[in-house]
Design a protein around this ligand. Structure first.
Ligand code: T5A
Length: 223
């Protein structure tokens, strides 16, 4: 359920995409952005980590294979990226009234650093709240698929430091997402990411139209 205008202090709409590795989020958000562009719907597409110039530098550090990063250092680096991202890019776009679609956000931290690395949940939630200044997504779409299937779509063995983690780590992350979704069903929507690209694309558009066409009427043309 999307928040009413009175409950937000910005006129835009904030949507996040989540899921295990290789779920197809990046592919889908690019396709959606092209359609929004063609319809003249003001929007910003970004990703976490790496949505700002500073974030790109942090992303390189975080994803570089072969580096040891202590779990708490990893958590703080993701939060540093996010604090910059919210301040520099996300909040200004929401204040301009845009639809902001972010590829990964705070739920990635709960799934990866919480369920994956076993860092205490309250610590993560407190840091999430600090880094985002309390901003939470109105809608989070889980691109769900089994970890093996997603990893199998990527370069064998994975490209980056996180993808190269043991399969048990990735299993905990997928289970973590399913738990998070269960805890707040009103915020989450789920797409079966094993389906063909075109079916995922249609389902993605359908969910966005259903949730936000009242606020952004041009979205009806997406359907
Ligand atoms: N992380 C992130 C944390 O640990 N904590 C945090 O707080 C945050 C924010 C980020 C890493 O950091 C971790 C999570 C990640 O490990 P990233 O590269 O941004 O790194 O990671 P991903 O978002 O996982 O990017 P991926 O590229 O791995 O996955 P996507 O974007 O979900 O998938 P995509 O679109 O690149 O597609 C992967 C492949 O599948 C194909 C595509 O063509 C591509 O080859 N594909 C399909 N194939 C078949 N059927 C479909 N329907 C397909 N859709 C796409």
């Amino acid at each position: 359920m999307s928040l009413r205008a009175a409950e937000r202090d910005y006129p835009g709409s904030f949507i996040t995409l989540e899921g295990p590795e290789g779920a197809g989020k990046t592919t889908q958000v690019k396709l959606l952005s092209q359609k929004l562009e063609a319809l003249g719907i003001p929007h910003t597409v970004s990703r976490d980590p790496g949505g700002t110039p500073l974030g790109k530098q942090i992303r390189r550090v975080l994803l570089k294979p072969g580096t040891y990063i202590a779990p708490m250092a990893e958590l703080l680096l993701y939060q540093a990226d996010r604090a910059q991202h919210v301040d520099e890019l996300i909040m200004p776009a929401l204040k301009r009234g845009e639809i902001v679609i972010c590829d990964r956000f705070t739920d990635s931290t709960l799934a990866y650093q919480g369920f994956g690395r076993n860092i205490d949940r309250k610590t993560i939630e407190d840091l999430n709240a600090m880094a985002t200044q309390g901003l939470t997504p109105e809608l989070t779409i889980l691109f769900d698929l089994e970890s093996e299937k997603g990893l199998g779509r990527l370069h064998p063995g994975g490209h980056d430091r996180l993808e190269q983690e043991a399969i048990e780590f990735h299993h905990r992350i997928r289970q973590g997402y399913l738990t998070l979704r269960q805890e707040q069903p009103e915020r989450w929507a789920t797409i079966d990411a094993t389906k063909a690209l075109i079916s995922v694309q249609e389902e993605f558009a359908r969910i966005i139209v259903e949730r936000f066409a009242d606020r952004h009427p041009k979205l009806k043309d997406l359907a």
